[in-house]
Design a protein around this ligand. Structure first.
Ligand SMILES: C[S@@+](CC[C@H](N)C(=O)[O-])C[C@H]1O[C@@H](n2cnc3c(N)ncnc32)[C@H](O)[C@@H]1O
Length: 308
């Protein structure tokens, strides 16, 4: 229950181009799989700042890495990297930032967190359980249109309207507070079955992304990461579904190309220089990795270097 198998470890470490004495940020610590591999590759002078917005992840990390003086663990959101790094790096240059997006296996596997449609639990889905509102509270007050919009846009769900109607009809009778009840209601509302996919997958993904503002956080986190990286520092991002990957791809593209508005100028002003250079092509896990760890199947890694 407390294990998470890290994905694309070799690829992520290569993308970060680790230097033994460098300062690195693991923006999504989880259970520390990537952080452990980074620390193993660093020397005595190397340091890792690891961040997670889930207090349980940080508590587990403090137990696992109690004797690791090169690691600083902070309960925070990666959206705040721009203040977290200067606070903790004590003037050291940040050589790399890794994001491994989405939820960890311990989050998914613990019914009490409410992320899973496979086991019954409270309909919560907050990564940071110390703030914000659980999905059940939002579903109790949102309008039918708001619910439909979230499920349609963040779940890319064709049957969003039918699902939203079913949610509103149910909550008019009693509060919708359990994952099993939501999963069953969605299964009845979704008309066609996607092979190998539970009918509630899209709805659960949408509600999770919404309640944790995952795309908003990602936008802020990527921007802040570029700000805190030193020249030549690396940004490596692992995403797990198309909406996330699109945001990462667009961000890296926008920051690695000259804004067309400046193309006609005889010389590029400094503020128009692209800040990133793309590194390699996107990487996917090998067949062997997916066989070992089926949760890796949709992972995708993109990397870039800060050049300005
Ligand atoms: C896929 S897991 C990371 C697993 C980790 N790389 C490992 O090897 O164990 C994603 C983690 O990112 C955390 N997370 C998601 N969004 C975050 C955010 N905005 N700020 C900080 N942590 C976040 C989640 O709580 C979760 O623990």
């Amino acid at each position: 229950m407390d294990e998470h198998t890290p994905v694309l470890v070799g690829e992520a470490l290569a993308a970060l181009a680790l230097q033994a004495g460098g300062y690195y940020v693991d923006a999504t610590f989880g259970r520390g799989g990537h952080a452990a591999s980074i620390l193993q590759a660093l020397g005595r002078e190397g340091r890792v700042l690891a961040i997670d917005r889930d207090p349980q992840a940080i508590a587990a990390g403090r137990r696992r890495f109690a004797d690791e003086v090169r690691l600083t663990l902070v309960h925070a959101s990666f959206a705040d990297l721009a203040t977290l790094v200067p606070t903790h790096a004590h003037g050291r240059l940040c050589r790399g930032v890794l994001f491994d997006l989405g939820v960890s296996s311990p989050q998914l596997d613990d019914p009490l967190r409410g992320f899973s449609f496979r086991s019954d639990g409270p309909l919560d889905m907050r990564m940071d359980t110390t703030r914000g509102e659980p999905v059940s509270a939002w579903l109790a007050r949102a309008s039918l249109d708001e619910i439909r919009e979230v499920i349609a846009s963040l779940g890319e769900e064709r049957f969003a309207r039918r699902i939203a109607q079913a949610i509103v009809a149910t909550r008019n009778e009693h509060p919708l507070t359990r994952t099993n009840e939501l999963a069953a209601l969605v299964s009845r509302a979704v008309r066609t079955r996607e092979p190998g996919k539970h009918p509630a997958t899209r709805t659960f993904q949408a509600l999770r992304m919404f309640i944790n503002d995952e795309l908003g956080q990602l936008e802020k986190g990527l921007s802040a990461a570029v700000d805190v990286l030193s020249l030549g520092g690396r940004l490596a991002v692992i995403s797990f579904h198309s909406l996330e990957d699109r945001a990462v791809k667009n961000f890296m593209r926008d920051h690695s190309q000259v804004d067309p508005a400046f193309l006609d100028l005889p010389a590029l002003p400094p503020e128009a220089q692209p800040r990133l250079k793309l590194i390699g092509r996107k990487s996917r896990p090998s067949e062997a990795e997916v066989k070992r760890n089926p949760r890796a199947r949709s992972a995708l890694l993109r990397a870039a270097e800060k050049v300005v």
